[in-house]
Design a protein around this ligand. Sequence first.
Ligand code: PXL
Length: 258
Amino acid sequence: MRVALTIAGSDSGGGAGVQADLKVFFRFGLYGTSALTLVTAQNTLGVERLHLLPPSLVYQQIRSVAEDLPVHAAKTGALGSAEIVEAVAAGIRRHGIAPLVVDPVMVAKGGDPLLAPEAVAALKERLFPLTDLITPNRLEAEALLGRPIRTLEEAEEAALALLALGPRAVLLKGGHLEGEEAVDLLATREGVRAFSAPRVATRNTHGTGCTLSAAITALLALGKPLAEAVAEAKAYLTRALRSAPPLGQGHGPLNHFA
Ligand code: PXL
């Protein structure tokens, strides 16, 4: 049995965060473990309340899991504060947890902040150097680089600039860019590769980023090479969007069992 760890926030509505990650791990046949960073009172309409957990408790969850279970891959999601980012980086480093996928979550679907602005520097300085893959969307990449990304050409430059911040690879997601196809760019030391998928017209997009990064983490835990994991996870995400169940009155969840 292969083991994956998610270090992320709780979405009470079950569509994103730790709940989504664990469903995806289950879907790929993994044993899922978790370290909670924050708790939201949330549904498909938005975040009603946000509570950050103490950094020492985040660290201790990682330690408790890693001292007992063989973590074959891990991912991070919403981290809340610079102090939590530092606790996570310390836990990852102390226990040699790898491969690590970092989804640099900054805001929830409705725009509610899930990471303090001053935590962006901690993310770049403390966590990215320990990371095998970061998976920013366009808005997160803009915040990380401090400049706009409007075209595919600018996206390619941005992916390489993000790679220079220290992670082994960057998946710059194109879901927020224009165009009929959703084009994601994978930047590694070997160069930039595009992964294209048809855009799915749906308002059930809650937890899309969590679901993709959890699927990549699951496939890495199963021993797939990075580019294969990305391609397979993206195909899974398209199926999960296409078969999303009609749940909730807002941005509904995906079909994690696709
Ligand atoms: O999809 C980003 C995300 C991550 N983590 C938590 C969330 C969300 C989006 O709503 O609630 C806990």
